[in-house]
Write a protein that binds this ligand. Structure first.
Ligand code: MN
Length: 286
């Protein structure tokens, strides 16, 4: 299979100084990955030129993901907040372009965090319109947008593959795909196989996060890897598969708290990354 195999930057570093970027990019390449996924919650303060230079030096691809916050939530009812969200997303899109990437995903349609009420009709419509607006800009640079549905504690806009496919149909742009994450699927889906088949049948299976049920090392939790990887093979998925894992060992000031990373699930990230790469090879084949 020709999948790109990626790893999330938070396995390596919590910030993105040149020293941190070099450590993350070199370690990703040395442990056998093709791509690093950068967490660009504040895309305006990301050194794109330095990042691109290091990616070239280590022959690595990059994708960009982020979750929005209160001030930039495009699923808000407040037009000023939606406008601030669009401005931040445009910065993120420009970052993807400037590092030579082709993917912008995550909770870009919503704040990443716990809501205490359901999304409103107007909020959902604001999010859909914002994604269509961003997709049209992204198309100019050959960038695909990934809608990563999250579990109910991290967004109220989309929590399942079926909701995500409906949301994407409403956005109605060719360069918008569904981003499936096993960590979130484990909480919200009925099956490992059916969502993969449904997304593929819609022509919208575009990006995959492999994460364990506790966000630690692959194969040490309760994710149904045989069923999930079997479904990816069944639909002949050839897109990116990125390993996501978080531990209190490596802390990003915002993202780690948004994701409720309170426990230390690993300390040695070289061992973690090497083991995860081997797990993917042995259980998936790529
Ligand atoms: Mn994820």
């Amino acid at each position: 299979m020709a999948n790109r195999i990626g790893i999330h930057a938070l396995v390596w570093v919590g910030g993105w100084s040149e020293a941190e970027a070099r450590k993350a990019i070199s370690s990703s390449a040395e442990t056998g990955y093709d791509l690093i996924e950068l967490a660009a919650l504040d895309p305006g303060n990301f050194d794109a030129a330095m990042t691109k230079r290091l990616l070239t030096e280590y022959n690595l691809s990059a994708g960009v993901s982020l979750g929005l916050d209160y001030e930039t939530d495009v699923s808000s009812d407040d037009d000023d907040i939606v406008a601030a969200g669009r401005a931040r997303l445009e910065l993120a899109l420009n970052l993807v372009r400037d590092i030579g990437g082709d993917y912008l995903g995550g909770a870009i349609f919503s704040r990443l965090g716990r809501y205490t009420k359901p999304v409103t009709e107007r909020g959902r419509a604001n999010s859909v319109a914002s994604m269509a607006w961003l997709a049209d800009k992204a198309a100019n640079y050959g960038v695909t947008l990934g809608m990563e549905f999250c579990n109910r504690y991290e967004t109220n806009v989309i929590n399942t593959t079926a909701q995500t496919l409906d949301f994407i149909a409403d956005i109605d742009r060719p360069n918008v795909v569904a981003h499936l994450d096993t960590y979130h699927m484990n909480i919200e889906e009925n099956s490992w196989r059916e969502p993969v088949l449904a997304a593929a049948a819609a022509g919208k299976l575009g990006y995959v996060h492999v994460g364990e049920s506790h966000r630690g090392q692959l194969g040490t939790g309760s994710i149904g890897w045989t069923e999930f990887f079997g479904a990816l093979r069944e639909v002949e998925y050839d897109g990116t598969i990125t390993f996501e894992s978080f531990s209190s060992e490596v802390v990003h000031p915002e993202l780690s708290s948004n994701l409720s990373i309170w426990r230390n699930l690993w300390t040695d990230n070289i061992e973690l990354a090497t083991g995860a790469r081997q797990f993917i090879r042995e259980n998936y084949g790529s």
